[in-house]
Each structure stands twice: as C-alpha cells, then as structure tokens.
Design a protein around this ligand. Sequence first.
Ligand code: 13P
Ligand code: SF4
Length: 437
Amino acid sequence: MPSVDSIIQSIRTTGRAPSGENAEACSPALAKGPWEFDGVVQYGPGSSMGDVIPVGSPRQGGLPEEYRTAPADELHARIRAAKETLGDRVVVLGHFYQRDEVVQHADFLGDSFQLANAAQTVPNAEAIVFCGVHFMAETADILASPEQAVILPNLAAGCSMADMADIDSVEEAWAQLEALYGTEPDANGRVPIIPVTYMNSAADLKGFCGRHGGIVCTSSNAETVLEWAFERGQRVLFFPDQHLGRNTAKRMGIPLERMPMWNPRKPLGGNSGDNLLDARVVLWHGFCSVHKRFTPAQVEKARAEHPGVRVIVHPECPMEVVDLADEAGSTDYIRKAIAAATQPTTFAVGTEINLVNRLAEEYPQHEIFCLDPVVCPCSTMYRIHPGYLAWVLEELVAGRVVNQIEVPDDIAADARVALERMLSAKPKASAHDAAAS
Ligand code: 13P
Ligand code: SF4
C-alpha cells in the first residue's frame, strides 16, 4: 500500500489515489512541507487545523533551505549516514502515527507508553530523537537519565488535545472543586477527589497530579488507573480527554449522569453544585480532533458494505462510535488484535490513517481500511518530516543539540511521582462494582 504522503501527493496532482480510486484529503495544504507553516501560529493542515492553538505554544524556527529542497532519496541517504556515524550515541523513536517516510528510520516504533519505556532502555544513547509530539518528548525527558538529551525534530509538533487543558485552568478548577467537596476523607479513608491526567498532557499537569495524590493514564491502562483512583478517592477529575474518560468510566459501570463535563470557561465548569456532589468522574472538556472525525454513520456503512466486518476503534472516539464498534483499545491493542487474527478478516479501524494504512500493508491477508474515507492525518504528528529528522541528526553529527525538550527539575520530580504510580498500578478483578458504588 502506498504511504499516506504519496496518497496525498497523488490526490493533489490527479484527484485520485495511486490505485486510481476517487479519494479526498481534508486539506490540499497537506501536500506541502510542514516548514511552510512554521511561521504561522496554527497546528497546520490535517485533523486539528480548525482547533484554536494557545498563545505561547512552541514554534519552530526556519528549517535550513538545504533540508527543505532536498529530494526524498537524498534526505533518506543523509539520515542513514548520520545515524551510522552516530551509532549507539543516538536512538530514534517513532510513534505509530508518524508518516512511513519517518518510521522507516525509527529504532523503536510504538505507542506513547512503549516509547516512554524505550527511552529508559537506552542509557548509552546521548540523544533520543523523538519522532512524535511534544508531550511524548517531555515524558521521555522525565524518564530518561539527566545526561540524555531528548530532541523533538519539529518543535511545533504539539497535540491539540493536550493543549485543551493548561495548568492555570486545572488549578482554577481544582480550587473550585476543593471548595465544594472539602478535603476531608470519608469513613473509608477516601479523599473527595483525585486528579487523573491522560498521558496526552503537558508535563506540568502530570506534576499537578503528582502533587495532589493523582496519577497518569494511557489509553491502554485507563481502567486500571481509574480503579487505583477509586480505591483512594470518592471521585475523579479526568483531563484532558472527555471521550477516553467517559468510555472508560462507562465500561466500569458508572452511569452517564454521574459524569458531568467541566467547561473551564464557566463557573463550576457549567454545573450545579448538586450535580458535582453526585459525580463519580468529572470530565474535562477536551477531545482529539483525529478521533472526533469518526461517526456512528461510518460504522453503520462499514457494516452494510462489509458483512462480517470487525470494527475496532480507539477509545478517544466519541462514545456513540465506541458503543457501536466491536472493540475499542489503544493503538497497541488495535495492532495486536489484527496481528492475532488467524482467519482472513475485514477490519474497519477508527484511528489515525498512517497506522491504519501501515497495518493494511503489514497484513495483506486481511482487508483493513480506515472508517473515515477522507485522508486526514493528525496535523501535529505530520509536522515531523524527513527534512527535520535529517537536520537534527546532522546537527548532532556536528556536535550540536537542537530542539532539545527539557522539563524543569521541579516539574519533572512531581510528574515522575504520577508516572510511577501509573507504572505500579495493577488491575483489580472486582473494581467494576467498587467504581459504580
Ligand atoms: P497511544 O497512547 O496509543 O500511543 O496514543 C497516543 C495518541 O496520541 C492517540 O491519539
Ligand atoms: Fe493529539 Fe489526537 Fe494527534 Fe494523538 S491523534 S497526538 S491525541 S491530536
């Protein structure tokens, strides 16, 4: 299967996919190099292009012209040569959502949790080049040793969902919730509320959780983490992704009416005090613009057109989509579910297009397609281009570290507490009942 990049180029030049079928991309600007947008305050073309980017989000300085104009073959040869020169001194990590043109150079490919762990397994590497987004590079920096430099090839590769919760708004919400609930534990020793942040959040929010008895979760361990939290607290404030929070809590038996949404722009998040007193999970008003594109109508269409199709979606999708799917799980869950299928199967997948198309390439015995017919990659993942990778690696060869991501020590110390709680949290068999009580 051609890469997402080549499909986008083909749509731009012919209006069709390389296979000749009609195809549509969500923005013609996707065919441009990401450096075209470096000077502009926006996420760039792709799924989050309509989202509001916060003032002060990291920007990328200009990429030297030689990397913007070099043909693809030359960039790949230069990346390979730089990696060979650097040897074990550098490790390149690639997230599943990265474009194939970058993934081919990754020493480790994985989800955000696996890559954070991978960063800890390479103590000899002086530099960790993280081909992913900003919060992932921050997490790698928190978990890596102090001598290691974590590099994000394009500093503008943020995450629009992570940007939907910022430390000031969360502290303001926390102050209001503490004023309402108090801070005294109940008869079972459970405090009124525990903060839980999704891995897709800035380091200072992980630090906030560390300081306030809270914890981090990923899409692969959200239920275990909520079990952990309900053992220690009567309620949870879950940020930034409302969908992961809602889908996980619902699966644990918590009724929807006990999951009010917190809108940071409204007093009490737009809720009544009674509503919040009855809450089990207070959901932050955040979402992923990639996964928000999936709809119940797409699932129904896949079922109508492909009898017997297995629909697997990411839990960042809206609840109505998750409810209609056969399964929901993290990127690694999706990959493993397809790898484990022994009979040729049709899979309709609700997650980022680069991963879906790569799975289709890797498992030709199955028919695998993305539920969303429009080619619309994650805007910020897509900002990592081989040109940036070649640049940061050649700078390392020249003895210069560029685009280093450094989390201040005090924030890193608190964030590490919340991450370590996550790493030691273990699933509990009877937690559904406890969570629903
Ligand atoms: P994973 O945690 O599965 O890597 O997902 C990260 C992400 O950004 C999903 O949108
Ligand atoms: Fe963020 Fe969504 Fe992109 Fe993941 S897919 S990095 S949550 S915007």
